[in-house]
Ligand binder design. Sequence first.
Ligand code: WT7
Length: 655
Amino acid sequence: MNSPNSPAPSGRLSSIMQEDRLFPPSAEFSKRARIQSMEDYRRIYADAMEHPEKFWDNLAKLLPWTTPYTRVLDWQPPCASWFVGGRTNASAACLDQHVAAGRGDKRAMVWVGEPIGERRELTYRELLAEVCMCAGGLVKLGIKAGDVVSIYMPMTPELVIAMLACARIGAVHSVIFGGFSSEAIADRNEDAQAVAVITADGGWRRGSQLPLKKNVDDALVRSPSVKHVIVLKRTGQPVSMTPGRDIWWHDLVADMPDSMAPVAMDSEAPLFILYTSGSTGKPKGIEHTTAGYLLWAKTTAEWVFDLRDDDLFWCTADCGWITGHSYVTYGPLAAGTSILIYEGAPNAPNEGRFWDIVEQEKPTIFYTAPTAIRSFMKWGMSHIENRDLSSLRLLGTVGEGINPEAWIWYHEVIGGKRCPIVDTWWQTETGGIMMSPLPGATPTKPGSCTMPLPGVVPEIVDSEGNPVDTGEGGWLVMKQPWPGMLRGIWGDQERYRETYWSKVPGKYLAGDNARQDADGYYWIMGRIDDVLNVAGHRLSTIEIESALVSHPCVAEAAAVGRPHDVKGEAVAVFVTLRSGEAGEVLKETLRKHVRHQIGALAVPDDIHFASVLPKTRSGKIMRRLLRDIAAGRETVGDTTTLEDYTVLAKLRDDE
Ligand code: WT7
């Protein structure tokens, strides 16, 4: 459903999608749900709209405060402070709170390793003990509240433990996805001035070992702020350890006590930063705070996933992304839910791995990305049909729009027509889900994220900031602050204002196009900026372009997305050469170069060598035209601003 619509100059655009099927929740599901009807939803929504401070005050009371807040919200657009003056601790909310309430023996986590047969279970009490030992180790190294710690790890229990251990001592974690290159680690260490990196010798991915420690070593050549490297022994592959700087995880925690008081953190103290791609320049460190973020992650998890005491929640995201922060870690654990984590690839050792795991571990809720669903469809029924998937009661999607065909397949094949599907729209910046069906209440339409959650007040506007008509596309903005909103971009408050708050003054600009249909349902229509969504991950065209032009053969580069049946969007690049010979060998060299500069997920699928790139008279590359060529479409729309009309013909000849 990544629509080929490109933004018209006015911000308005027309929609080409029509989907009329409606799937109401079953009476059986609704009867047991937290929110059971649209009347309930409307009442709660109206409540949050009319008395937002009272509404959030009531929910925030459930967090473990060591110092109560004096004010719910201080809103000085675009700066929000929530639960002003309060002190709490995110790890205490996720762990101590449950142990204290007598739920210490409840399973907190079931972990399944990629190598067959590896499995661990941790109760809330055990998870708390591990977190305390790791936190004690961090303190022993001299790491303290406010310090930034980079985490570059495989999906092991220790990744979650490391995040919570940072939270326990007030250190700010910055998780870097294990698929990123050493260059990307170095950039993030540098921008955040990280004092330590927590990593592993390696990680398993489809049977091979990722060189995680080696990547960190290469990055640290450029990371003078990093004084300590903590290394989890995961695969046992050989690594080099630098004396005085590197320490094994098991040595660090060996003599640490299994209890340690959490540090009381200000509500607004940063809990973590997470880097994400923007439309210009280097990645942005999105900043989230302790109390507001935690409350948002927890509350939205309870509403959208309808969490119950006997649930086992499987969110397939890696903790390197925001989904792994909010719906693997903080949301479900703050809600006291049991989580299921799988370390490896969905096709290791074969394409039926996820369904083997469902059959064995019996998760009740399954949350994944449309790109994964399209892979399952492609891999075929033989991997699914003999598996028992009857434990599942609720399915979710996130990361990009889901095309109706994949939605119906998910509903019928994985959900056995009995599980509601929650298509959840949100962003790294929003901290948690913003628009989604409530599974016991909202009739769903395949491809629509339906309606805003309580406390979320969206609007669709044109580039002048005027609301557009029903059915018309425009920019999606938020009119009110919400507790989980980002508080800034690390070290660059100006970029925060400029990116999110300047184009439509006083409103949060999400960067997506959307429309609302006559029933009030929202339909996301893709990004308005030069950001690609590849397999549910945001990539900036600029980053890929700068990686390419840093190669000596490349003069100019333009990256665009083109439709891809599994990944949603594939990366297509157009390059003009300074030297070297256009051909397969150079294509391979450039792919390797991008992999080294950014990581595997940014490697272009298509490389087109061009003699010229289409530009406006002011010198801007006209990506809209390149998108058409990359997708093999006729060029539609206005080409009158093109500087050289012959360029389009030349580009097609270059093919
Ligand atoms: C962008 C945010 C949210 C966690 C994962 C991605 C797109 C996300 C949906 C959805 C249509 C979606 C948007 C958004 N997106 N969910 N349900 N329907 N589009 O987080 O990397 O911050 O990317 O992903 O374009 O702006 P992210």
